[in-house]
Design a protein around this ligand. Structure first.
Ligand code: AMP
Ligand code: MG
Length: 351
């Protein structure tokens, strides 16, 4: 299949809408990451998303809408959901709600719940309006790769697998949406994102964060969100996270880089903008400003993709405090590192 990459504009958006209505796949920008869309009510179209991504069939999809009226046929909306929609839609918040019958089980991976979101990106909204359909869309990467934050990332993963990619430039947030379940006794964040726990609590009161957000699942533990079962966001190289006091971390990165390089590994560090100069000899990748987790979120996936392009096999990274948007960053970075973490002072006293 020939994959067209077209700048998002009225004619290409109209073409995308026709392709979606005809059961085909289209990749499009959202404010979080690029999505790979299909008509959510067409089983075959939905199945072709799983085929194109190589996604396990038991990992459910998010249904995207542009008008709340579309939810009538999709899910049961409760009072908390309405208040959150008032506060955060359109925007990077996905709600898990009880599913209605019209939604195929292919979308929900046989769950009785469905994930719904109204994106704010103007191209996503134009496309949703033009086709008038609820669109099931996971991130437009091959399964196991970092989510795409540019049209080129999508092309790298999906060339020859889908007919059209709409190019709307780099994504604003850079991490996937916050996923909040409203189906249990207490609302629960299954995946942290740009809409933080405290922002949600300001609207609906107590919100929990799923325990497995900052650790691997325990053996036999059931994933609240099936996506958490899978190895995600992993570069091909081995990532290790370095924690500790700022000066110790910089010195530990330098020593670890030198040691791994001496052993013959292609080695680099992921560090804050403020430390790039101090680590100039360590093949630094700038992950953003130290005091700005949103900046790190914005750059993280592109950096992880660069590491693969450069065939790095050993990577050491700084970390951000797991608070606010930092929780979303550490959820992704932790998984990229398989939660392998070292204290800087142990590196310094051990050498
Ligand atoms: P993606 O769109 O690829 O970023 O993945 C969507 C995320 O939403 C995955 O982590 C899914 O496991 C999660 N998800 C989608 N539907 C549900 C659902 N009904 N219940 C729990 N998690 C869901
Ligand atoms: Mg994804």
């Amino acid at each position: 299949m020939n994959t067209q990459l077209l700048p998002a504009a009225p004619p290409s958006i109209a073409l995308a809408a026709r392709l979606l209505a005809g059961g085909q796949l289209v990749a499009f920008p959202t404010e979080t990451v690029y999505g790979l869309g299909a008509n959510a009510l067409d089983r075959d179209a939905v199945l072709s998303i799983f085929a194109a991504k190589g996604r396990p069939a038991d990992n459910p999809l998010i249904v995207h809408i542009h008008d709340r009226g579309q939810l009538d046929g999709i899910c049961e909306v409760n009072d908390a959901a309405r208040r959150l929609m008032d506060a955060f839609w359109p925007g990077p918040l996905t709600l898990i709600l009880p599913r209605k019958e019209a939604v195929p089980y292919e979308v929900t991976a046989h769950l009785e719940t469905v994930a719904v979101r109204m994106p704010s990106h103007p191209v996503a909204i134009s496309l949703l309006k033009a086709c008038g359909l609820p669109i099931a869309a996971p991130s437009a990467n091959r399964s196991g790769k970092p989510s795409p934050t540019s049209a080129q990332h999508v092309l790298d993963d999906m060339d020859g697998r889908i007919p059209l990619i709409l190019d709307g430039g780099a994504c604003d947030v850079g991490l996937e949406s916050t996923v909040l379940s409203l189906c249990g006794d207490v609302p629960c964040i299954l995946r942290p994102g740009g809409i933080t726990q405290s922002m949600l609590e300001a609207v609906i009161g107590k919100v929990e964060v799923a325990g497995s957000v900052l650790r691997p699942l325990h053996k036999g533990e059931k994933a609240l969100s099936p996506g958490m079962m899978y190895k995600h966001y992993s570069p091909d190289g081995q990532v290790t996270l370095i924690e500790g006091e700022e000066a110790d971390v910089v010195e530990a990165l330098r020593r670890l880089h030198a040691h791994a390089t001496a052993e013959g590994h292609r080695t680099c560090v992921m560090c804050f903008t403020e430390h790039v100069d101090a680590l100039a000899d360590c093949h630094p990748h700038d992950i953003g400003r130290q005091d700005d987790a949103s900046d790190v979120a914005h750059r993280l996936f592109a950096t992880l993709r660069d590491l693969d392009d450069e065939k790095m096999d050993v990577i050491f990274s700084e970390v951000v405090p797991p608070e606010g948007v930092g929780l979303a960053v550490m959820n992704r970075l932790g998984r990229a590192a398989a939660f392998r973490t070292v204290r800087a002072e142990e590196v310094l006293c051990g050498r």
